[in-house]
Write a protein that binds this ligand. Structure first.
Ligand code: NAD
Ligand code: GLY
Length: 363
């Protein structure tokens, strides 16, 4: 399969933009050049992705004044300090308001670059070229950009939409299995929170998907982006429905913050978090034991963890969770399941049930 991508549009009025999903898109000029303004282009990538794909992308941009900035690889570099290195490079090369930033990499590069684009000279053009499954199904779409703070993940940031998202599924050929699985957590999330048919499709095809059948993966990415684009179009700034996309994330961010970056991948923490949210939903009387088994089974088949393997005390987890951006006056709001494929955001769950779940997972 080459050349003809599937195309989705994120409908946001004057900020609407296309998502292209297909094979060998990075070898075709127009997907990128159609979304560049002006002459100055800065490609931001990292030490892992640049040797793999930077030349391919740069080759499409011979008509432009192109510069690169190659960041160190890792969540621990998703900081204001790193953003500042991008500002330094842009200023030193006199990039003006008509310039374009291209994020070439996973969610870390995308979030950092998006935030740099949102704030450099109060906002410059920005294109996402996501290269991990997680960034292709989630982080590159919807305009959430930002960096971590010592006291909390993704605490500094901005909503800033890209001009286009270019998803070349061939980039997944070089992604390792653990990272691929981490992306599957966000895929499964869409099914659980609002799309039971999609969840069934994933269950029926999980072995083929994990074997990276390209047509299936393209379809899975398309359907994930379709679900996300619909929610973002309804609630760009997360005043309501968009918060549902955080299923598993409040528990997950708590786990990530407690252990420190690098122990669990984001998608792995979200997988455990979705299991915890499902357990709480069961204690609240909305899911059955069979539902829990079904969810745990699918996450396991995607080679994702569903329990916390290292020791962690309940208090630390709850403290980290209370920093969540959805918390209001210290009340931790959670996305819970009403059934498989239907979810709600709520702060009115039994605190006793919540404590039971946390203590069952912590040891
Ligand atoms: P990542 O960016 O750290 O990438 C994972 C690893 O894969 C890195 O080592 C990276 O260098 C490497 N890599 C990337 N593409 C590759 C390729 N094609 N071949 C080989 N290696 C490759 O992690 P991620 O899972 O992509 O993203 C996680 C980040 O995304 C977190 O910081 C999370 O907070 C953020 N996130 C943001 C949103 C959002 O809406 N903005 C949503 C979900 C997650
Ligand atoms: N990843 C959650 C969101 O974009 O809202």
């Amino acid at each position: 399969m080459t050349g003809h991508p599937k195309i989705l549009n994120v409908e946001l009025g004057s900020k609407s933009y296309p998502i292209f999903i297909g094979s060998e898109l990075l070898t075709q000029k127009s997907f990128i050049t159609d979304h560049i303004h002006g002459q100055q282009v800065m490609i931001v990538s990292n030490t892992t992705v640049a040797p793999l794909y930077l030349d391919q992308v740069a080759r499409q941009l011979d008509e432009y004044n192109v510069e690169f900035i190659i960041l160190p690889d890792g969540e621990q570099y998703k900081t204001l300090e790193t953003v500042n290195t991008i500002f330094d490079a842009l200023l030193k090369s006199k990039f003006d308001r008509t310039s374009t930033l291209i994020a070439l990499g996973g969610g870390v590069v995308g979030d950092i670059t998006g935030f740099a684009a949102a704030s450099y000279q109060r906002g410059i053009n920005f294109i996402q070229i996501p290269t991990t499954l997680l960034s292709q199904v989630d982080s590159s779409v919807g305009g959430k950009t930002g960096v971590n703070h010592d006291l909390g993940k993704n605490m500094i940031g901005a909503f800033f939409q890209p001009k286009a998202v270019i998803i070349d599924v061939n980039t997944l050929d070089t992604l390792n299995d653990r990272e691929f699985s981490a992306g599957m957590a966000e895929v499964i999330k869409y099914g659980l929170l609002g799309n039971a048919d999609f969840l069934s499709m994933i269950e029926e095809n999980i072995e083929l998907i994990m074997n990276r059948d390209k047509d299936l993966i393209t379809d899975v990415i398309f359907r994930s982006c379709e679900d996300k684009a619909q929610i973002v179009a309804l609630d760009e700034f997360e005043n309501g429905k968009r918060a549902l996309l955080n299923l598993g994330h409040t528990f997950g961010h708590g786990i990530e913050n407690t252990f420190g970056y690098g122990v669990y991948l984001h998608g792995e923490a979200v997988s455990i978090g979705m299991h915890m949210a499902a357990m709480l939903s069961m204690l609240e009387g909305d899911l059955s034991k069979e539902d829990i088994n079904r969810i745990q089974n699918l996450l396991s088949k995607a080679n994702l963890p569903t329990t916390i393997k290292k020791s962690m005390d309940s208090e630390s987890l709850i403290k980290a969770m209370s920093l969540d951006k959805k918390s209001i006056d210290g009340n931790i709001r959670l996305v819970l399941l009403k059934s498989i494929g239907d979810s709600l955001i709520t702060g009115s769950y039994s605190k006793e049930n919540f404590n039971t779940v946390v203590s069952n997972f912590c040891h």
